[in-house]
Design a protein around this ligand. Structure first.
Ligand SMILES: NC(=O)C1=CN([C@@H]2O[C@H](COP(=O)(O)OP(=O)(O)OC[C@H]3O[C@@H](n4cnc5c(N)ncnc54)[C@H](OP(=O)(O)O)[C@@H]3O)[C@@H](O)[C@H]2O)C=CC1
Ligand SMILES: Cc1cn([C@H]2C[C@H](O)[C@@H](COP(=O)(O)OP(=O)(O)O[C@H]3O[C@@H](C)C(=O)[C@@H](O)[C@H]3O)O2)c(=O)[nH]c1=O
Ligand SMILES: [Mg+2]
Length: 297
């Protein structure tokens, strides 16, 4: 099976590539310059040339704070760009897996978010990703939307790598403890996406396998909890660590507002697809161990 994935160096693309052989699929990254989501005319031809059985739209404008200053570009890439990928999937007659985010929610619910809960993005990034969901749903493609959250991995830029880097030069790091979410390992997510893609291709027209699903690490954490887990794992392996000073969002001002409650409920994906991502604590340990492995430096 051939899975075309948008993007090249992204965390999820790299994780899908790493997982492909063991999962027995071919993953074909399609990125800039051939496919640029900001250039609609580039999308269809670049994807069609890969002759995919399934398309995963993993590329996105992911710089949450910068998106506040570049809302139009974020909207073009994450909103209209997703629509262009979806109409390509429709034209090619192959299923589309659109990757979306917890930041489509306003963060005010007192429990983990369900797929059926109302959206209400607080940021330019969140609004652009919601526009992407809407464009995908309106495209006529055979679509499935996976919302994930707080993605980290040995690849690219992410919070886990930021914490380890900061700890090299600091003894103490202030980290917000009043935003709760579902930290998600990109390798775990990649495994679930491949399983899902196989099911979509094997059972066309099976409505129960399609729709919006939440796919995030099991359990919950604040960013401060996540930082503490990273440093505990790193210290145990002789890597860098720092004391975490637990602070409030109001004491860490950022251009973008972020949801206070970003936890995603994964029950629907478990019920319909039998897919459950591992507890975040286990996967954070694996990620830190990979980052500290001697072969990497
Ligand atoms: N990171 C996170 O915490 C979360 C991410 N998500 C979603 O998951 C998906 C994967 O995220 P992740 O792997 O972390 O992303 P990264 O930030 O690691 O990578 C972004 C990817 O998007 C590509 N990209 C950006 N702009 C364009 C463009 N104009 N045309 C083509 N490709 C472009 C980049 O391309 P290039 O390779 O050329 O740099 C890169 O491959 C995204 O849809 C994101 O919105 C959802 C929740 C959490
Ligand atoms: C670096 C740092 C961040 N923070 C806070 C700021 C913010 O509230 C939180 C996370 O900051 P980051 O900028 O790393 O994460 P952020 O860019 O908000 O991550 C988001 O990315 C997009 C793409 C998504 O879709 C989301 O699911 C989510 O993963 O941690 C601290 O408190 N101390 C620090 O030293
Ligand atoms: Mg960020």
């Amino acid at each position: 099976m051939r899975i075309a994935v948008t993007g090249r160096t992204g965390q999820l693309v790299q994780s899908l590539l790493a997982q492909a052989e063991i999962a027995g699929v071919t993953v074909i990254p399609v990125g800039r310059p051939e496919l640029d989501l900001a250039r609609p005319e580039s999308v269809r031809q670049a994807l069609a040339a890969t002759k995919p059985d399934c398309i995963v739209n993993a590329a996105a404008y992911t710089a949450v704070d910068k998106a506040e200053a570049e809302p139009d570009l974020a909207m073009r890439i994450n909103g209209e760009g997703a629509g262009d990928v979806a109409s390509t999937a429709a034209a090619l007659g192959v299923p589309l897996v659109q990757i979306s985010t917890d930041y489509v929610f306003d963060g005010l619910a007192p429990r983990p978010w369900l797929e059926s809960d109302p959206t209400g993005p607080l940021s330019s990034y969140g609004r652009s990703k919601l526009a992407g969901e809407e464009a995908v749903m309106a495209s006529g493609a055979d679509w499935t939307i996976l919302r994930t959250a707080w993605v980290y991995s040995p690849y690219g830029a992410n919070f886990v790598k930021t914490m380890l880097r900061l700890a090299e030069s600091r003894d103490e790091i202030g980290v917000v403890s009043d935003q709760l979410g579902s930290p998600t390992s990109a390798p775990d997510l990649a495994e679930a996406i491949i399983a899902l893609a196989k099911a979509l291709v094997a059972r066309p027209g099976d409505a129960a396998l399609r729709g919006i699903f939440h796919a995030a690490g099991m359990g919950e954490a604040s960013w401060a909890d996540l930082a503490e887990a990273v440093f505990a794992a790193s210290a145990a392996l002789g890597g860098s660590s720092a004391r975490v000073m637990r602070i409030a969002t109001i004491d860490y001002p950022t251009p973008a507002r972020r949801p206070a409650n970003s936890r995603l409920d994964g029950s629907l994906l478990a019920a319909r697809h039998g897919l459950r991502l591992p507890p975040w604590q286990d996967s954070v340990q694996i990620c830190v161990a990979t980052l500290l492995a001697p072969s990497r430096s």
